[in-house]
Structure formats: structure tokens, C-alpha cells
Design a protein around this ligand. Structure first.
Ligand SMILES: Nc1ncnc2c1ncn2[C@@H]1O[C@H](COP(=O)(O)OP(=O)(O)O)[C@@H](O)[C@H]1O
Ligand SMILES: [Mg+2]
Length: 321
């Protein structure tokens, strides 16, 4: 069985680069097309809708369309739920908007603030002030799962675009295209099963497709296998490798679990705990202390890939004692 190349995520590889490549979202596309004809008049934007429906993708398309080849230099991408508080958000936006070193043809800088509805009300009030202070230089594109979680003063300063959950046929069609491109055989029914399991979230659907393709043909049976026992037994393999001090192997499996299988750090932590406690020849008191420490760090919003990799390394050291 061949292992999937975890560094090349299909969800990234097949992220649409133009509005035309986007599935569904006709209304959003139509309104944006008109707006992009008059970039100087573009207001701040708020993209609301379920996960994996194209919000971040469209924000990036707008940046590329309006800012051209140098779009990266004039675009700041922040994730509201990743950053540790509004102070950091403010500092980074301030630093970004401080210099007006615009090349000709660049109408403004763009700040993409993902998952803005994860911010507290106070933080949003501060954000509103930041938007006002920097509106001469920057346009904001906020994304949110629910626009109702965004305070009214921000909503009223934005043009709101509603992204809809993607339809079954369209998601299946997109997956077919990927399969053809990747030379991967599939059963039609398996694609519909993946759609069901991912409930209209294209990112999850593509990740599940890629995880299934690792087994060879994308069949109903393989989809079931991957999403039944697959993930759970991979965690076991990972813990086993870590305790044998095969760090690189353990870390490779970790990245696969996070990036391809989409397992949350919370679930990974829970499964690691079960597996470690089932291990004989291990100091369970020390192990529990260690896991509690990392559980706490993750709850404080530390980077899960870094923290969990460090945990695997420490488990290896612990097994030697
Ligand atoms: N409407 C869509 N059409 C085609 N692919 C999509 C669409 N929405 C999402 N995707 C796929 O899912 C991935 C995640 O999309 P993204 O725009 O980040 O979702 P979100 O709405 O959560 O911001 C993209 O890389 C792309 O491959
Ligand atoms: Mg997003």
C-alpha cells in the first residue's frame, strides 16, 4: 500500500484560482464580478457561510485580481482564532498599513481576516476601530461561519456576501475532475458517500477523497474503511512509533492524521491518552502528567502540529526511562 504524499494536499492543489472555476455560489460570483469592475469603490467585505464553501478561496482570488503579480506583498492574511488576542491582530495590521509604498496600479492593501466570528465582542469593537483607522490604505475581507456573530457596527460597514452549502452533484463533479486529473479510479456511489460524510464542505470532501485514494480505487468499501477504523488505528501506529523513539515516522503519521484525515487535535489527544494508558512498561503517572501539560498548551491555542510533535518526542524519551 502506498502512502499518500502528505505535502501535496489536493485541497490546496485544486483550490480555484478564478471565479469561473468555483462550484456553486452564483450569486456571490455575479455581485463580485460587478464589484471588481470598479475596484476604487470596493467597500470592506464580509463573507458568511458554512466551512469549505469557498470564502477564503474567493478572498484570495480578489487579492490576486486587484493586486496583480505582487498581490502577496500587499495582502495580509490573519486567522482570528489562531492569533493570540486582538492586540496581536492590531499590531500586525498597524505594521502592515504603516507604509504607503504602493506600486502604481495598486488601489489599496487587503487584509483577509479569517474566522472573524471567533473573536469576542470586545475584540470586534477594537477591530472596528482598526478598520476605521486604516480604511484609507486597506480594505478588509472578513470571513465568518455566521454573520449574526459579527457585531452590527462591523456588518454595517461591510458588503455582506452569503456563501451557500455546496450541492451534491457539484461536489461529486468536482471530485470526478480531481480523480481524472490524478488518474484515480472511482465508483460514482463512493463519491456520493463522501459527500454525505462531509456534509457539503468541499475541503473535507477533497481530504476524504485523498485519504481514500491512498488505498487505491475509490470504492464505497474503501471509503467506509478509511472512515471507520482507519484513523483510530493510525493513531495507534503513531503512538507505537513514538514509544519506539522512531520520531520521524511518528511525526509523518501525525501530519497525515491532521492534514489528510482532518482529525482534530482534541481527538488526537484523546486517542493518544487511551493508547498510552494501555501501554505496559511505561510510567503511567509521568505519562499522564505529560499529556495533561500538552492538553493545556493546546487549549491555550498553541500550534497543534508543533505541540503534538513535541509530545511525541517526549513520549519517546519517557519510554527510555
Ligand atoms: N465553491 C467551491 N468550488 C470549488 N472548490 C471549493 C469551493 N469551496 C471550497 N473549495 C475547495 O475547498 C478548499 C477550502 O476552501 P476555502 O475557500 O478555504 O473554504 P472556507 O469557506 O472554509 O474558507 C479549497 O482549497 C478548494 O479546494
Ligand atoms: Mg476559510
Amino acid at each position: 500500500m502506498s502512502r499518500v504524499e502528505t505535502t501535496m494536499m489536493w485541497a490546496e492543489k485544486y483550490r480555484p484560482m478564478a471565479l469561473d472555476e468555483l462550484v456553486d455560489q452564483e450569486e456571490v460570483r455575479e455581485r463580485l464580478r460587478m464589484m471588481l469592475e470598479h475596484p476604487d469603490e470596493m467597500p470592506h467585505l464580509l463573507f458568511a457561510g458554512p466551512p469549505g464553501t469557498g470564502k477564503t478561496t474567493v478572498a484570495l482570488i480578489i487579492a490576486r485580481t486587484l493586486l496583480g503579480d505582487y498581490w502577496r506583498d500587499y495582502t495580509l492574511e490573519l486567522n482570528a482564532s489562531d492569533e493570540r488576542g486582538i492586540d496581536i491582530v492590531r499590531e500586525r495590521i498597524k505594521a502592515f498599513t504603516r507604509y504607503v509604498d504602493m506600486r502604481s496600479g495598486i488601489p489599496f492593501k487587503i487584509v483577509i481576516l479569517d474566522e472573524a466570528d471567533e473573536m469576542t465582542g470586545d475584540a470586534q469593537t477594537a477591530l472596528r476601530r482598526i478598520m476605521e483607522e486604516s480604511s484609507r490604505i486597506a480594505r478588509f475581507i472578513l470571513t465568518a461561519n455566521f454573520s449574526s456573530n459579527i457585531i452590527e457596527p462591523i456588518q454595517s460597514r461591510c458588503a455582506v456576501f452569503r456563501f451557500v452549502r455546496l450541492g451534491e452533484k457539484d461536489v461529486a463533479g468536482f471530485m470526478k475532475r480531481i480523480c481524472d486529473e490524478e488518474g484515480c479510479e472511482y465508483e460514482e456511489e463512493a463519491l456520493y458517500l463522501i459527500y454525505e460524510l462531509s456534509s457539503g464542505d468541499m475541503r473535507r470532501a477533497i481530504n476524504q477523497l485523498q485519504a481514500t485514494a491512498v488505498l487505491g480505487k475509490v470504492t464505497v468499501e474503501n471509503v467506509r474503511n478509511v472512515f471507520g477504523v482507519g484513523k483510530r488505528s493510525l493513531v495507534k501506529d503513531m503512538v507505537h512509533a513514538a514509544l519506539k523513539e522512531e520520531f520521524n515516522k511518528a511525526r509523518g503519521t501525525l501530519l497525515e492524521l491532521i492534514r489528510v484525515y482532518g482529525l482534530s487535535e482534541k481527538d488526537i489527544m484523546k486517542f493518544i491518552f487511551e493508547d498510552v494508558m494501555a501501554y505496559k512498561n511505561l510510567d503511567h503517572v509521568e505519562a499522564a502528567r505529560l499529556l495533561a501539560e500538552y492538553d493545556y498548551r493546546l487549549s491555550r491555542g498553541s500550534n497543534p502540529e508543533i505541540q503534538l510533535a513535541a509530545l511525541l518526542a517526549e513520549l519517546g524519551a519517557l519510554s527510555r526511562k
